[in-house]
Design a protein around this ligand. Structure first.
Ligand code: FPP
Length: 267
């Protein structure tokens, strides 16, 4: 069922519009607009981030419900350090607090949580909470939540290039053995399927250094809704929109010689 039909019918139960056979396995999300949401309401930006956490919980639930297997969210980019210290400190503290309060439920729901990015500059207390959360949930297999913190797509690619150069200079691999598969195996650690869908909220139409390698063929859905206002309904709209796309990966669907013009020009 097309999105227009679902919404035209004022069918608020968008679940009926989701084709359960075509649910993306991996969805990546740029959760954008927390600050603007708070500012619009004349609230400190921190309120937007707090609300953003509850939205993430809702989206995690609905993702699991429709049979999606992996969510990768952009929680803190390498560029976010340029924000005022107060906001950076707030976010760092928030990550720790969220983990402390939510990790039991995450574990009970058999969700595995992984942090992706360079954790080096974070305080030891946060690193400990992150490592213990990853360790507690490492054998969970119902769902994978990747949280990208101090993450940058270019930095990730450079890191892999360095690792492969080192392996090459030590003789572990030959330079001509470097290919997409090998490169991929070093990214995000151990071959998670690339996201079929990237959602960005707040109407911005940029990738902003997120998963540059992995998003090569992802469908992009831009929602005008600010992240703190995003919800199950908006997420299902994105899924239904994705399901209406014709994914060709650079090819042409059902290309025949005839459609290329062979019948006209061949002798
Ligand atoms: C973007 O809005 C949002 C962020 C930089 C932070 C998002 C973080 C969370 C929702 C917390 C997640 C926590 C865990 C542990 C997974 P913005 O501040 O860039 O908004 P703006 O563009 O309107 O200024």
């Amino acid at each position: 069922m097309s999105l227009e039909k679902v919404i035209d019918k004022k069918n608020t139960d968008l679940f009926k519009g989701v084709d359960m056979q075509k649910v993306p396995e991996h969805v990546a999300i740029i959760m954008d607009g927390n600050g603007r949401w708070a500012t619009k309401k004349r609230l400190p930006r921190s309120f937007g981030h707090n609300k953003g956490v509850s939205v993430l919980k809702e989206i995690l639930k609905v993702s699991k419900k429709i049979g999606c297997k992996v969510l990768t969210v952009y929680a803190f980019s390498t560029e976010n350090w340029t924000r005022p210290t107060q906001e950076v400190d707030f976010l760092i503290n928030l990550f720790g607090e969220v983990l402390k309060t939510e990790i039991e439920e995450i574990h009970q729901e058999s969700i595995k949580i992984k942090f992706i990015g360079d954790l080096t500059p974070f305080p030891e207390t946060l690193k400990e909470i992150i490592y213990s959360s990853e360790s507690l949930t490492k054998n969970n297999n119902k769902f994978l939540l990747n949280v990208c913190v101090n993450y940058g797509g270019r930095q990730e690619i450079v890191k892999v290039a360095k690792e492969l150069a080192l392996k090459s200079s030590s003789g572990e691999i030959k330079p001509n053995e470097v290919n997409e598969e090998l490169f991929n195996s070093e990214l995000l650690k151990r071959g998670i399927k690339d996201p079929e869908l990237l959602i960005r909220t707040s109407g911005e139409k940029r990738i902003s250094n997120f998963l540059l390698w992995q998003l090569a063929y992802s469908e992009i859905y831009i929602s005008d809704v600010l992240w703190p206002d995003f919800n199950e309904f908006e997420f299902l709209k994105a899924i239904i929109d994705y399901q209406s796309r014709n994914r060709r990966f650079g090819g042409i669907e059902s290309l025949t010689n005839e459609s290329f013009g062979d019948s006209q020009y061949s002798s």
